[in-house]
Design a protein around this ligand. Structure first.
Ligand code: ADP
Length: 394
């Protein structure tokens, strides 16, 4: 019998999972998959280490109305039967917000869950789903050890100035600061950078995590020096459905002149804005790229322009730029977006080679370029598996 670690990344409408062999995540996952479209039209897909599709089992009969609790219970059963002799000994979860308290991964206890639940208002589209996944796993497998890994932890190394808002001091002391997110992705990229750019990995690097949620992180000596997301996951870049940085005066206007309440504004900022709001078509970059509607083009142009502006602000925090890394769904796959962002950065010496960019090659800057531009697939699940091994000794 072999032991394994289950990694879960529970989002608002999707559940990503991976299974890693015990004590050796360097070999990679035994299995990876996701259930997408939860709450609308759920679909299941999974592949083993060789890239073969795994059978769907009961997921083939999934009802459209199936909720995330049922999906997790089904997944635990499906894994038991699919994995056969491989026994899951521990589960590791991505949790978006660790607040100020959690500087690294932690074992799940009732007290810890209560502390994390207090952070739900700071990550309304993520934290609750993350915690719910832990509860659902515990319901299906009460004896399983569970570990949480936070998107905020990687940014603990930032200088206090990078974290402060210019607000009255008592609010800062209460914890109204920039936390930063996507830390598990940045930790993974920082860990593999030396393989790609050797000594420059210790230099000044910007990583652009461009997925449904999008942010950038300025790395110096492989550590987070600054990031575009802030107190919540709303700040910074234009995202699929989130607006990114906005003049806070707009929020006052919405409240005072349009009579909007907190719930309505939350919905507007988290779910109706970004690529979706600007295009009026979709939050999906792939869809917008193929659309002929001028609003789709404008949404992509705004995404690229705002990303370049955030990047130049972040460069100040690390005193220059040696390498730029694109990652996550859009960063890894969209040649159009990478070219669009880099076109705004030519003045600072960022160049890309059209052919390599079109092929999503690992290195897309031309030979001899001053700034290395790379495309590196992220692997948050590997980081979670490693931390879960370390804390549970599984
Ligand atoms: P998340 O994990 O935050 O849900 P992903 O990292 O999977 O997000 O990124 C999702 C985004 O990546 C979507 O906007 C999707 O359109 C985009 N994407 C994925 N593949 C492509 C592609 N080939 N071309 C353009 N965009 C793509």
């Amino acid at each position: 019998m072999t032991n394994a670690i289950l990694v879960l990344n529970a989002g608002s409408s999707s559940l990503k999972f991976a299974v890693y062999p015990e004590k050796d995540d360097d070999k990679g996952a035994l299995l990876r998959g996701q259930i997408a479209g939860i709450g609308t039209q759920p679909t299941f897909s999974a592949r083993d280490a060789a890239g073969n599709s795994a059978p769907q089992g009961d997921f083939a009969k999934m009802d459209d109305a199936v909720g995330s609790d049922t999906v997790i219970a089904m997944l635990m059963e499906w894994l038991n039967s699919y994995l056969g002799d491989v026994k899951i000994k521990a589960a590791g979860h991505r949790v978006v917000h660790g607040g100020r308290q959690f500087k690294g991964p932690a074992l799940v206890t009732d007290a810890l869950i209560a502390q994390l639940a207090e952070l739900i208002p700071l990550a309304p589209i993520h934290q609750e789903q993350n915690l719910n996944a832990i509860a659902c796993v515990a319901a299906s497998a009460p004896d399983l050890m569970q570990v949480v890994c936070f998107d905020t932890s990687f940014h603990q190394t930032q200088h206090p100035l990078a974290k402060m808002f210019a607000l009255p001091r008592d609010l800062t002391e209460e914890g109204v600061i920039r936390y930063g997110f996507h830390g598990l992705s940045y930790e993974y990229i920082a860990s593999v950078l030396p393989k790609h750019i050797e000594d420059k990995a210790n230099g000044r690097v910007i990583v652009a995590h461009l997925g449904s949620g999008a942010s950038m992180c300025a790395l110096k000596e492989g550590r987070s020096a600054a990031t575009s997301m802030g107190f919540t996951t709303l700040d910074g870049l234009v995202m699929g459905r989130r607006c990114g940085a906005i003049d806070p005066g707009v929020l006052l206007y919405l409240m005072q002149s349009k009579g909007m309440g907190a719930t309505e504004i939350e919905n507007l900022l988290y779910r109706e804005s970004g690529l979706f709001g600007v295009s009026g078509i979709s939050n999906d970059m792939g869809v917008l790229e193929t659309s002929t509607d001028p609003h789709a083009r404008e949404a992509i142009d705004l995404f690229c322009f705002r990303a370049a502006r955030e990047l130049t602000a972040l460069v100040t925090s690390i005193g220059g730029l040696d390498a730029l890394v694109f990652t996550a769904g859009i960063g890894e796959n969209s040649a159009m977006v990478r070219a669009g962002i880099c076109a705004h950065l030519e003045w600072m010496g960022v160049e890309i080679a059209a052919d390599e960019n079109a092929q999503n090659a690992v290195r897309i800057s031309p030979q001899g370029a001053k700034i290395d531009v790379l495309v590196i697939p992220t692997d948050e699940e590997a980081v979670i598996a490693r931390a879960t091994h370390a804390l549970t000794n599984c």
